[in-house]
Design a protein around this ligand. Structure first.
Ligand SMILES: [Cu+2]
Length: 149
C-alpha cells in the first residue's frame, strides 16, 4: 500500500471510530429514562385541573433527579404525592423527585402523580399532549401523553 493511501485509510478509520463512539454516547443518554403507560385523565368538563400518570424506568446506574415538568399546552405542572391521612386524601407538592437507578417509578392514582394546573377546553380536542421532563443530570425528555376524559 502506498503511503498516501495508507494515511487515507487510517484517517477514514479514525473518523468512523469517532462517529461510532459519538453515536453510542447519544444512545446511552437517550435511553437513560424510558417512559410508558402515559395518560392524562381530564375528568369532568369545566375543571381547570387534571392529573397525569405514567411509568418511568431509569435504566442507568445512577439516580436521576427530576427537576421540572412542563408542557406548552398546560399553564403549570406540579409533581404531587397523594396520601391517606385520617381517612382523607391529601396531596403534597414534591420538588426534585429522585428516580432510583435501575428502578421503575410509577406515577399512579393514589400515589405520586403529575398535577396539570390550568388546563382549558383545547385539551379535549387533542389526542396527544407533549410533556417535557427536565432532569438534573440525565437529560431532557419530550414525552407524548394520551388524553382521556
Ligand atoms: Cu395532585
Amino acid at each position: 500500500m502506498k503511503e498516501k493511501n495508507y494515511l487515507l485509510f487510517i484517517g477514514l478509520l479514525a473518523i468512523s471510530v469517532y462517529f461510532l463512539t459519538a453515536d453510542a454516547k447519544a444512545e446511552s443518554i437517550k435511553k437513560t429514562l424510558s417512559f410508558s403507560n402515559t395518560l392524562i385523565k381530564l375528568g369532568p368538563p369545566g375543571r381547570s385541573n387534571a392529573a397525569a400518570y405514567l411509568d418511568i424506568y431509569n435504566n442507568s446506574d445512577v439516580a436521576c433527579i427530576l427537576e421540572i415538568v412542563k408542557s406548552n399546552d398546560v399553564k403549570k405542572i406540579e409533581i404531587h404525592s397523594a396520601k391517606m391521612e385520617s381517612g382523607m386524601m391529601t396531596m403534597r407538592r414534591e420538588s426534585d423527585v429522585s428516580l432510583p437507578a435501575n428502578y421503575l417509578t410509577k406515577l399512579s392514582p393514589m400515589g405520586m402523580h403529575l398535577m396539570l394546573i390550568g388546563v382549558d377546553e383545547s385539551l379535549w380536542e387533542k389526542e396527544n399532549v407533549m410533556i417535557n421532563f427536565v432532569t438534573q443530570d440525565c437529560g431532557i425528555f419530550s414525552v407524548a401523553f394520551q388524553v382521556e376524559g
